[in-house]
Design a protein around this ligand. Structure first.
Ligand code: DGJ
Length: 737
């Protein structure tokens, strides 16, 4: 043992004593020398020690209770003899996932870090532990930041590397944001897997020995999103199960590696994906990685999802708009496709207003030459044939109806058939002597270029300044190919993806500061760009182009594992490839799980459908504060049964709403093996409060009863749904903590 019992016990003492004070506690030896740190949250501890070689070693990440137990048993160093650095580097034995790989001017490619200093700072009102390590020989320093969010049981980690040489550059070949190490155990990974029209499908796999990589290589998050959750139990949805979870806050290429060792330890490392990427760090320069957030809970993956949702709502979404109720949208895409004009949109808008819509959004097709997807991207002014009076004429009429106006754009793209491309063919990513791969007849603008950045900034500024636009749907309809920039200097060739992302973030940030009241929606052919890097800039996400409610039950259930409901945009559209002819009530009930929108061709609706829409939109408005700002409890999973239920509970627990859905038809009793007829147990209520159920029964029941005995499954018949509201009879104090 490197540390004696006295030291360790004093460490645990410090942990207990400082629960509601400092979130980071240094561990000192008997002479007062710092020998480690406990980074504390409500129920977790992230512990690091300084070993006698002056290296910073992560020794435990997990339950505070477990850490205390280990300390009592004198086995505080939870990872036993397994050691890696807090910042694993390429250098020495290559048996861990390195998060720093650099090459120095003399071609030495190994790095050796030793501890230099540590201190506590505050960043955005939170405690941050800052640890500086330096290369033992070269002018290179690595600063680790660990920011604590104790009430959310989460920490944020990122690193900053600095070239401290006065003259020589350092080549960065790989630079991830963070690494964590989990104690030896058997682990199961939950992650998203999917594709266009089938995003956010929950996948589970046992992590056997070796590396499992989740990643994006073309800027798209269809196949995975940059989120993971691992548990030491296979079925960890609800109840007592240890779950570690995390996300990379980045919208470009990212990767998360999970390496299970033979001894059972799990190293998780993530950040920017340096595949085909490098960065030249000139003398005196620094590179700061994107953040990676991590959390720990002993209450299963559904609790992990709630922690992430609270974190994203409170800490990630833009402060100016995070608490704003998201409006009910009408979007024209499914109704009119590219065939938009003032008269047609106005007809839709009048009816949209009647049914209760608050924001009318004109989708693709409004700009010059955009007859179909073969032309127009890049020429961002209103098509004169479709809008002879300009956009303002339509916007004024929509505003006069009492609705805000929103618009669709796809700034990062260009059609070869556009004025922009004809003027600037060199503005797209391309390699000479290589095929220019079009997708949906479009190419990607090279936003790493300053002139492209300036063009897009001017274009968007002109659009938002000259029109009363309150909402922007920012789309991106293709993955990246041939990321070439022939005119750039040699060293920048492999920097283009990072430079692109830097400028994309810079562009959105600048627009945000120029137009702080405008809401932004992130979209990428559906749910291809949902990450926290984007959600810190955009207010919501288009979840999927697949609006079929039966598929949406899976997509939305999966989305909510990582992201909050007030970012999950869901429309009714009448898209029903199954030809089941789903009831409109059911379609609305599915879309009401998130930010409600209507996308149907409502001009074709009969009176009964209009009445249904009016009733449902009004019902949504009555519960949207719960949906958008409450805690989501995913009570029953469509991935496991042919029925599903989601409950949203207000922070004070005085109100809740439960959405219950039956899915496919089965023969009576055919699924009894799954006990699908069992009572529905609610969660997250105040056990002592009396709740009135807003169903046929109008019963008043205690929270304890609803959570222990539950209610009989309330839906009968395939493709039927029920929404039940619960209101506590007497206001009660929030006793969550
Ligand atoms: C893809 C989006 O996901 C759709 O909602 C729609 O905006 C189209 N692009 C328009 O081209």
């Amino acid at each position: 043992m490197l540390f004696n019992r006295v030291i360790i016990l004093s460490a645990i003492w410090a942990m207990v004593a400082t629960h509601s004070q400092a979130q980071v506690k240094t561990i000192q030896n008997s002479t007062g020398k710092t020998i480690g740190w406990n980074v504390l949250t409500g129920s977790s501890v992230y512990q690091m020690m300084l070993n006698d070689r002056g290296e910073v070693i992560p020794v435990f990440f997990g339950s505070r209770q477990r850490a205390e137990q280990l300390l009592r048993q004198d086995r505080a160093r939870g990872n036993g003899p397994f050691q890696l650095n807090e910042v694993p580097v390429r250098g020495g034995f290559a048996d861990k996932i390195p998060i720093v790989e650099v090459s120095f001017a003399d071609n030495i490619r190994d790095c050796e870090l030793v501890f230099d200093k540590a201190d506590m700072i505050r960043i955005d009102d939170r405690d941050v532990l800052r640890i500086v390590q330096k290369d033992s020989h070269y002018p290179f320093s690595v600063t680790s930041y660990i920011r604590t969010l104790p009430e959310l049981d989460m920490i944020e980690k990122w690193i900053e590397v600095k070239n401290t040489s006065p003259k020589e550059s350092i080549q960065i070949e790989n630079l991830l944001s963070a690494s964590v190490l989990l104690p030896a155990n058997t682990y199961y990974l939950d992650h998203h897997g999917g594709r266009w029209l089938n995003e956010f499908q929950l996948q589970k796999t046992r992590l056997t020995t070796g590396v499992r990589t989740l990643q994006a290589r073309d800027f798209s998050a269809f196949a995975n999103s940059p989120w993971f959750a691992v548990s030491d139990q296979e079925d960890a949805d609800h109840g007592a199960a240890n779950v570690w979870f995390g996300q990379v806050h980045y919208s470009g290429n990212w990767r998360i590696d999970l390496e299970a060792t033979v001894a059972g330890h799990l190293q998780i490392a993530g950040g920017i994906n340096f595949w085909d990427t490098q960065w030249k760090l000139d003398a005196g320069q620094s590179f700061i990685t994107p953040k990676m957030s991590f959390g720990f809970t002993e209450k299963g993956t559904d609790e992990a999802a709630r922690l992430y949702a609270r974190y994203t709502r409170n800490e990630i979404l833009r402060p100016a708009t995070k608490d704003k109720m998201r409006p009910v949208i009408y979007n024209s895409w499914y109704a009119t496709g590219f065939d938009v004009n003032e008269e047609g949109q106005l007809k839709l808008a009048k009816l949209a207003k009647e049914i209760g819509v608050e924001l009318f959004v004109i989708d693709d097709g409004w700009f010059a030459g955009r007859k179909d997807d073969r032309a127009g991207l890049g020429d961002w002014w209103a098509d004169a044939a479709k809008f002879p009076n300009g956009l303002n004429s339509l916007i004024k009429k929509i505003n006069d109806l009492g609705m805000d106006f929103g618009i669709w754009v796809e700034p990062e793209m260009v059609n070869p058939n556009s004025e922009l491309y004809k003027k600037h063919p060199d503005w797209v990513f391309h390699f000479p002597n290589r095929k220019l791969n079009e997708w949906r007849h479009q190419l990607t603008l090279n936003l790493a270029r300053e002139d492209v950045y300036q063009y897009l900034l001017q274009m968007m500024t002109r659009l938002l300044k000259n029109h009363n636009i309150k909402f922007v749907k920012w789309d991106r309809n293709r993955g990246l190919s041939e990321p070439g920039w022939p005119a750039a200097p040699q060293h920048m060739q492999k920097e283009v993806r990072i430079r692109y992302m830097n400028n994309l973030y810079r562009l959105i940030d600048e627009l945000k500061s120029r137009f702080p009241d405008v809401l932004f929606e992130s979209c990428s052919s559906g749910g291809g760009r949902p990450d926290l890097g984007m959600l810190s800039r955009m207010d919501q996400t288009w979840t999927s182009d697949n609006t079929n409610p039966l598929d949406r039950l899976f997509i939305q259930y999966g989305y909510l594992a990582a992201y909050p409901a007030n970012t999950m945009v869901c429309w009714t559209t009448g898209y029903d490839p199954s030809t089941i002819n789903l009831p409109l009530d059911y379609i609305f009930d599915v879309a009401m799980q998130g930010v409600l929108g209507v996308g149907d061709n409502i001009l074709q609706w009969n009176d009964s459908k209009k009445e249904t829409a009016i009733r449902k939109i009004s019902a949504y408005k009555a519960v949207r504060h719960l949906v958008q700002h409450g805690d989501a409890y995913r009570l029953r999973s469509p991935f496991k049964e042919n029925k599903t239920a989601i409950q949203y509970v207000s922070a004070d627990k005085n109100e809740a709403v439960v959405f219950c859905y039956n899915m496919e038809k089965t023969m009576e009793g055919a699924r009894d093996a799954n006990h699908t007829a069992r009572n529905l147990l609610l969660q997250g209520l105040n056990p002592e409060a009396l709740y009135q159920l807003d169903d046929k029964s109008k019963t008043t029941v205690t929270g304890a009863y609803l959570m222990k005995a539950g209610i009989a499954w309330p839906v009968t018949g395939a493709y039927r749904s029920i929404v039940i509201r619960l209101i506590a009879q007497k206001a009660v104090k929030d006793n969550r903590n």
